[in-house]
Structures are given as C-alpha cells and as structure tokens.
Design a binder for this molecule. Structure first.
Ligand SMILES: [Zn+2]
Length: 359
C-alpha cells in the first residue's frame, strides 16, 4: 500500500489544461490508474472529541456529507459519529481536528496502486483556523465576514476522498474552496458543483436515481494559483465592452448603472446533474437580495443548453428599467429553470443576484 496526501491551501506547481477543454477535473492517479473506492460508497467516522453530539460541528459535517451525496454519480458517503480512537492507517476513514500540518485542512490517503483502489482516507481540520459552521453570509470570508466556511472546506476534502485532485481551469470546489459558494438572500450554501460532479461520474458512473440539478452562481473563475482555480464575483459590463465600476457595500460589490441603458450581466451557469439540459433563464429586478419569481422580470433567455463539463460563465444583455428610482440600491436577479420544469435534487441554487445602484 502506498501513502499519499494533499496539502490543501498550499501552492504546488502543476501544469493545467487550456480553457475550453471539455473536462477540467483532475483525478488522483498512481501507476497510471485512477484511484477510487472499489464499491460506490465509503463510510467516514467523525471524532467524538471534535464533532460531539449536539454540536454545530457535527451538524455541519453531516450537512457537508449530504451536500456531497447530492452529486450525480453512483458514489455516496456514509457517516458514523463518536469515534474515540482516530489515527492513520488503522483501517478506518476518520475525520478529526488537529494542527501543525501547514494547511487549513488536509486529506491523507492509503491506496493500492496496482488495483487503483483506496484503502483508507483520513481528513483533518486545523483547529487554529477561524472556521464557522454558520450559513449566514455576513460572517463568511467570501462576503466580507471574518470566518472561513467549514462546509466548503469539508466538501473539498471529501472530494479528495471521492478520488478527485485539484482543479485549476474552471470554477470548482476542488480549486479555492471558500469562494465556491452560492447565495440568495442572507444565506450562503456550500455545494459540490459541476466540475467535481463530472469527476465523480467519470470515476463511478451515473446515479441510478436520475439525479438532476441546475444552478446559477454569482462567482466565477479568475485564474489559477498553483493547482487551484481562483474565484471572484461575477460582473457587469456595458454593451460597448467596458467593465462597469463598483463599490463594496456590506462586503459585496455594487455596480453603478444608468436607467434605461442596456448592460451585459455575468453569472456562472452550472449543470450539476446527470443529463444535458436545455433550460430557460429569467432576469429580474428586486428591492432586496432575495430573488424570487415574484420580483419584476426584465428579460430572459430560452433554450440555454448546459452539459455537465466546465462551468459556463456568460454575460447576458439586460436593460435597466427607466422607471427605477435614482440613488437607490436594487438587486439584479437571475433564475435558472425559471418555469420549474426540471425535477432537481435541490432547488436552492436556482436563484442569485448582483447588487446595483441606479444613477
Ligand atoms: Zn485539496
């Protein structure tokens, strides 16, 4: 058996494929074999000390497992709590808190390189990092808060335990995890995402349960730092091509737009499910950051085709209504699968926004 590990948050050099490649995920390999579990499940065991009964940590870890299990592959994690003897290479997949390993979290694994199979995966979180189990935007790094979201990091490490390595060339939780996140209203939600889902299906095949999911995000890939894709918020530009100026309000960008003018508004559209979808997208104006079908519709697109491959970050034309109030802040919303024709494993990622101030 061979031991290996990945230092998450470190900066290792790795060549990455050019953008436009059909797939972006990278799989863990050894001796030319992709590494995966022999079956389609693995059971993780959480430390009783770090994830005690009734704690928000246990709840957030369980939620992270559930979020990974929404992936469209045949693979699912199980989770057992109350492990009192965590350790390396003991035949059990365990999760615990520690520090001094040079990263906010780390996955270590043991594998048989000849058969291409994991034999054990252990995950540790650094107990000196300012993690939070909160889903409230205001406390989270990506929205100007002071804490690293626990769930995005947990999903990234669990992604290694599926058999995924780091992603550099598309928006992915296997890149920089903490700003791979979805928000609508005051709540943010961590998720596995299109790229990791594609890698999981490549390893384990599709889920017999017909798992479909479309999503739209206010985050995009900006580049790469070593093995990791880097991310930032989606933007607005003019029809002429210039990026619109913004200021930071409550930790989020707010774009300065003119009434009656057409702009190109950017979002990242994701297919996190098993099958190719052709979908409808609507654009809305809202007086708050919670987007719903009750908001004012200002445009839309029919026939957007989305395969499950790399994330489709796209700028769509919309016109700011001429009757909005000057000096007021609004939210430009987007809804994917606007007519709710697709049955999805989750609907919570179908709506998001960009803040605007109308001149
Ligand atoms: Zn990693």
């Amino acid at each position: 058996m061979k031991f290996n590990k990945t230092i998450c948050g470190g900066a290792a050099a790795l060549a990455f494929a050019v953008s436009g490649a059909a797939e972006a995920y990278t799989l863990i390999t050894c001796n030319g074999n992709n590494i995966r579990w022999s079956g389609t499940s693995a059971t993780m065991r959480a430390s009783d000390i770090g994830f005690p009964s009734g704690s928000s940590w246990r709840s957030a870890l369980g939620n992270s497992i559930s979020l990974v299990n929404q992936n469209p592959s045949a693979f699912d994690y199980g989770i057992v709590y109350g492990d009192t003897s965590v350790g390396f290479n003991n035949g059990q997949n365990e999760i615990w808190w520690s520090n001094g390993f040079g990263a906010p979290a780390i996955a270590n694994w043991w594998m048989n390189c000849n058969t291409g199979r994991f034999t054990e995966v252990d995950i540790r979180f650094d107990n000196t990092v300012a993690y939070t189990t909160s889903n409230s935007k205001s406390v989270l790094w990506p929205y100007g808060g002071g804490s690293r979201p626990f769930r995005t990091t947990a999903i990234h490490e669990l992604g290694h335990g599926v058999g995924l390595s780091h992603t550099a060339n598309t928006y992915s939780v296997m890149g920089q995890d903490w700003d791979h996140i979805h928000a609508n209203g005051s709540t943010a939600r961590a998720y596995f995402g299109e790229d990791a889902s594609s890698g999981a299906v490549a390893l384990y095949g599709g889920n017999p349960g017909n798992v479909q999911d479309l999503g739209v995000s206010q985050w995009r890939r900006t580049g790469a730092s070593g093995e990791y894709s880097t991310h930032d918020r989606t933007r607005i530009r003019t029809s002429g091509g210039g990026w619109v100026s913004s200021s930071t309000v409550n930790g989020e960008p707010r774009y300065n737009v003119n009434k009656g003018q057409q702009y190109l508004v950017e979002f990242s559209y994701e297919n996190n499910g098993e099958s190719y979808q052709t979908t409808e997208v609507g654009y809305f104006i809202s007086t708050n950051d919670y987007i719903s079908t009750g908001d004012r519709r200002i445009g839309g697109r029919n026939g957007m085709g989305l395969g499950r491959n790399t994330v489709f970050t796209f700028q769509a034309p919309v016109t700011i209504p001429a009757d909005l109030v000057s000096g007021q802040t609004y939210w430009l919303g987007v809804i994917i699968d606007e007519d709710s024709t697709l049955s999805e494993v989750t609907e919570t990622n179908n709506r998001t926004y960009i803040s605007i101030r109308v001149n």
